[in-house]
Design a binder for this molecule. Structure first.
Ligand SMILES: [Zn+2]
Length: 96
């Protein structure tokens, strides 16, 4: 199953753009305590609001966000909330 970038206006896919990375929309983690649940919930919301996802985007198990939408090409670690790439480049997010 090829992976597609779920961002509106982005047509990158894993079969054609082989040099790019594709990342899942972060899930809410519920079994590692309240702090972790809140943080992951916040992160997921932020990804969804920062990105203009195609309809059904975040819900599909095949949804990915390609490395074009991160300033450094990869999302940062969950605990690294100050990073520009914690939620896909935030203000610097590129939609096309
Ligand atoms: Zn993309």
């Amino acid at each position: 199953m090829p992976m597609f970038c779920a961002v509106y206006n982005c047509s990158n896919r894993s079969t054609r753009e082989k040099e790019k990375s594709f990342f899942r929309i972060p899930k809410v983690v519920v079994h590692k305590g309240e702090k972790c649940r809140k943080l992951t919930e916040q992160r997921r919301k932020k990804w969804i609001s920062n990105l203009r996802l195609r309809s059904g985007g975040a819900e599909s198990v095949y949804s990915r966000v390609c490395s074009d939408h991160f300033v450094r090409g990869v999302p940062s670690a969950l605990g690294d909330v100050e990073s520009v790439d914690w939620a896909d480049g935030q203000a610097r997010l590129r939609n096309n």
